[in-house]
Ligand binder design. Structure first.
Ligand code: ARG
Length: 588
């Protein structure tokens, strides 16, 4: 939408320089802070091609007359300050037609993106750190969708491996039954504990280890009993995952996990071998990637014949290519696996796969939790994945505690909200706090999580954005009561700079969305929304101090004009939150 504001300036400059507006518009961006301007055109490039001095060119351009804009030169920059009514006159009618237009793009139309995210290992809990892949992936899916892409959400479950042989072996040894598993308060915990007992038992007794290896082999060979138990373990884990995904509002289009590719890896291996790309190194099969600048060869098959993660990812990618013919394929996986992706992407290139340059590893940093009750050998402070006496925090526990805390804050701040509604809002705010804390900074940074910080209603938090949204909703409700027969409102009555700032922040969201998709970086939109919420809050705070600045002034026509701005900002914040995977309650 910013392009609508930029266009008259670009046209005027282009006419003066004998260029096309389309050449000028992309050069116009936000001004440096404290310039009192809304748009800036850096003149370096234009001056160079015209063989002129850039400060002189800026000064020359500042003499242009553009209706509704005050132009000035600041060194090599041409700055433009727009009149509030001009901005409102351009943006409000468009937003009245479609309030979501500020967060819609169409450059993805006709294109497909596969997003592999969350992808946890089964028979284990989702630990707190799983929030990262899950919610970065979820946000990217929605952001790409808002740009017109067809999005395929893939949960590449880690449902294969020696862990299952171990579980099956211990299950038999302990004579466990399905009834016992079903009666457990938490089936994943039941399986986890079984796994821990099994590993300990195997360490002490080679015969037990041999038994679990036998079961692993049986599972690979498709033995009916092994398969049956594996399916039970998998279903129990999935049921637990689904509860958490439901709380987070996350869904998937494909659940094909690692096991699905078990019988499809032989073909990939054979292809690599027949093309002479493999070698045998101490019994293991490897691919030499030195031609692609990777010193270490990539492991394809272990000496004992077991196939590996990289081979599985290659087989899965061939399958996705066949099913979806994607234009881009994203793997939202922590930076610790960067080498793995580098290697098998290189291997895809070596194999001449048409999709090789469409693959992107979307890495991210680790989560640090505030550890306030130190356990043995742990000082209070930031700790990786652990808190509360050094115990690993489960994602479900963090979300539940956050919802509990949000419920308490809402009960205190707004005792009028009760029952189901309070529960719904507590969930939206509690979950939103955790999710936004994760998305607000560049994804490759490590994330620090502390309940008190993430749940603050002021500061850079999800609840802060949700609160700004709820405040705007409340003004809309009051407006309907105060002016049941309201006039339409007139953009020409928008005259304040703080109102203009809200409009400009809305107009900038579109380019924040572009950057978010181009760099697979949800924080770009998160920061745009924080800027919008700050502008909204400055405007509304001015209104609480100065009666003439209020939205609900006595003059119905002026109130209605300001209400159009309230509505536009509310819709933009609500949609922006939704794109990041947060809910936007109407009261809180
Ligand atoms: N299950 C893996 C893990 O927990 C992550 C899988 C990521 N996706 C992929 N295609 N390799 O580490």
């Amino acid at each position: 939408m910013l392009d609508l504001l930029v266009a008259p300036l670009a046209t005027a400059v282009a006419a003066r320089l004998g260029r096309l507006p389309g050449e000028i518009a992309p050069l116009i961006g936000p001004p440096a802070k404290g310039q009192g301007a809304d748009l800036a055109l850096p003149c370096f490039q234009l001056a160079k091609s015209a063989n002129r001095n850039s400060a002189q060119l800026a000064a020359d351009l500042a003499t242009l007359e553009v209706p509704g804009m005050a132009l000035s030169a600041a060194g090599p920059f041409l700055n433009a300050a727009l009149q509030p009514a001009t901005v409102a006159g351009v943006l409000l009618p468009v937003l009245a037609g479609d309030p979501l237009l500020c967060l819609r793009r169409d450059h993805g139309e006709g294109k497909t993106v596969c997003i592999d995210f969350s992808s946890p290992n089964i028979a284990k809990h989702l630990a707190f750190h799983h929030i990262r892949s899950t919610m970065i992936g979820n946000a990217l899916a929605r952001l790409y969708g808002a740009c017109g892409w067809r999005v395929v959400r893939i949960n590449f479950l880690g449902d294969w491996g020696t862990a299952f042989g171990r579980l099956i072996s211990a299950w038999h040894r302990e004579g466990l039954t399905l009834a016992q598993l079903d009666a457990a308060p938490d089936r994943v915990t039941f399986l986890n504990e079984l796994y821990v007992r099994a590993s300990q038992a195997e360490k002490a007794d080679p015969a037990k280890e041999a038994d679990s290896r036998r079961w692993s082999k049986a599972l690979e060979d498709g033995d009916a009993e092994a398969r049956h138990l594996w399916q039970i373990f998998k279903d129990a884990s999935l049921a637990e995952f689904q509860r958490i995904y439901a709380l987070l509002g996350v869904g998937f289009d494909s659940w094909k996990g690692e096991a699905f590719y078990e019988d499809k890896m032989g073909a990939v291996l054979a292809e690599l071998e027949s093309r002479g790309l493999t070698k045998v190194d101490q019994g293991a099969t490897v691919v030499d990637l030195s031609a692609l600048g990777l010193k270490k060869p990539m492991l394809l098959r272990r000496a004992d014949g077991g196939s590996l993660y990289a081979t599985r990812d290659l087989a899965a990618c061939d399958d996705r290519w066949k099913d979806y013919a994607f234009d881009r394929s994203l793997y939202v996986v922590d930076l610790g696996q960067a080498l793995h992706f580098k290697e098998w992407f290189a291997c895809a290139a070596l194999l001449g796969r048409a999709y090789a340059d469409r693959l992107r590893h979307i890495g991210f940093g680790i989560v640090l939790l505030w550890n306030d009750e130190p356990g043995e050998g742990l000082e209070p402070g930031w700790a990786r994945g652990r808190t509360r006496g050094g115990k690993v925090m489960l994602l479900r526990e963090v979300l539940e505690e956050s919802v509990d805390r949000a419920r308490a804050v809402i009960a205190e701040k707004n005792p009028g909200i009760e029952g189901d509604e309070r529960e719904r809002i507590a969930r939206a705010v509690g979950v939103g706090a955790v999710v936004f804390n994760d998305l607000k900074n560049a994804r490759t940074n490590d994330v620090k999580f502390k309940f008190e910080e993430a749940l603050r209603f002021d500061g850079e938090t999800g609840p802060y954005l949700q609160f700004a949204h709820a405040r705007l909703c409340s003004i809309e409700r009051k407006f309907r009561e105060a002016f049941p027969q309201a006039p339409a409102g007139d953009p020409a009555r928008i005259a304040r700079d703080d109102e203009k700032a809200v409009l400009i922040a809305i107009a900038r969201l579109g380019s924040a969305l572009d950057r978010a998709v181009e760099s697979d970086e949800p924080s770009q939109l998160a920061q745009g929304l924080l800027a919008l919420a700050a502008a909204v809050s400055a405007w509304l705070t001015a209104g609480s101090k100065d009666d003439t600045a209020r939205v609900l002034v006595e003059d119905a026509a002026l109130a209605a004009s300001r209400l159009r701005l309230v509505r536009a900002a509310r819709a933009a914040l609500g949609e922006g939150l939704r794109l990041l995977g947060l809910e936007a309650p109407e009261r809180m």
